[in-house]
Write a protein that binds this ligand. Structure first.
Ligand code: PMP
Length: 288
């Protein structure tokens, strides 16, 4: 999917206290988000007007801000109202809301500026469900060494490592790039990765090498509710290639079966029963 920069989307966005058409939103070139990638973001799915798992997304935003030592410029209630208003301004039943905070506009200097006002930006986009044939057949992924920094737990807008990884997938006509550090699974360029073997679901520990996906907590709950064993531990590359099933999860993709990895079939080569169960449970959780 690609879009031209000039395309009118009809989106109303929020920038520093005001709502405006996306085409009118402007940020000064000295914004530290533009100059240094000095900021954090969130992506929140909205189903039928309701922000799904909003408390968890808000808590992660607060954690990301704290980790980059940026005081949250808005209260919890202000953020909640902002999300609700953005959703109300758009006609789509399902949306995803993007929130971003940068350290603001200041003379270019690496150290934190004194007295800068954080830039707050938010927009909502239509939530376009994954094509049914991808769910039916599963998606291909490629693997690469994880060459990102050591604070992948921060939902930073500095995403160059993730961008380069995803482009490797795009170059190979694959859906995602699955990364390994020192021979162990970390995550996808914009997703968490799940391994299934002999009926047990495995996911890597939520340390500084991976983003704590909001779906990680959710899928953990869905596993517990369905009696599916879940083990959180370091996962060897060989274990990923020997999996019965592989899945990825993210706000915009929900949970997706991976059926090829570096050109090799995963398990039977078709989406498996654990995926089917978790996907159904995910849909039920959305509707609850
Ligand atoms: N890891 C990375 C690097 C991501 O960009 C994302 C998507 N935000 C995830 C994992 C999944 O997180 P979530 O379930 O919160 O979308």
């Amino acid at each position: 999917m690609s879009s031209t920069p000039a395309e009118s989307t009809g989106q109303t966005v929020f920038l520093n206290g005001e709502f405006m058409p996306i085409e009118s939103a402007r940020v000064p070139v000295l914004d530290r988000g533009f100059i240094f990638g000095d900021g954090v973001y969130e992506v929140v799915p909205v189903y039928g007007g309701r922000a799904f798992r909003w408390p968890q997304h808000f808590a992660r935003l607060e954690r990301s801000l704290a980790k980059i030592r940026l005081a949250n410029p808005r209260s919890s209630q202000q953020w909640t109202e902002l999300v609700a208003e953005l959703v109300r301004l758009h006609p789509w039943r399902d949306q995803f809301v993007y929130l971003q905070v940068t350290r603001g506009v200041a003379k270019r200097d690496h150290a934190f500026p004194k007295g800068a006002t954080p830039t707050v930006f938010a927009m909502s986009s239509e939530f376009v469900a994954l094509a049914p044939q991808l769910r039916e057949h599963g998606v291909p992924v490629v693997t690469r060494p994880d060459e990102r920094w050591l604070h992948c737990d921060i939902k930073s807008i500095s995403l160059l490592g993730n961008v380069l990884a995803r482009q490797e997938a795009a170059d190979a006509d694959a859906f995602e790039c699955v990364m390994f550090r020192d021979g162990f699974l970390t995550e996808g360029s914009s997703s968490n990765i799940w391994v299934v073997r002999d009926g047990t679901v495995f996911c890597p520990p939520l340390d500084r090498l991976v983003l704590e996906g909001i779906r990680v907590g959710l899928i953990g709950e869905l596993c517990a509710a369905s009696g599916t064993p879940l083990e959180v531990r370091r996962i060897l590359r060989e274990e990923v290639f020997a999996a019965d099933e592989l899945m990825l999860s993210s706000a915009t993709r929900e949970v997706v079966p991976i059926t090829r990895i570096d050109g090799q079939a995963v398990g039977s080569g078709a989406p498996g029963p654990v995926y089917a169960r978790l996907y159904a449970a995910y849909q039920a959780a959305k509707a609850a």
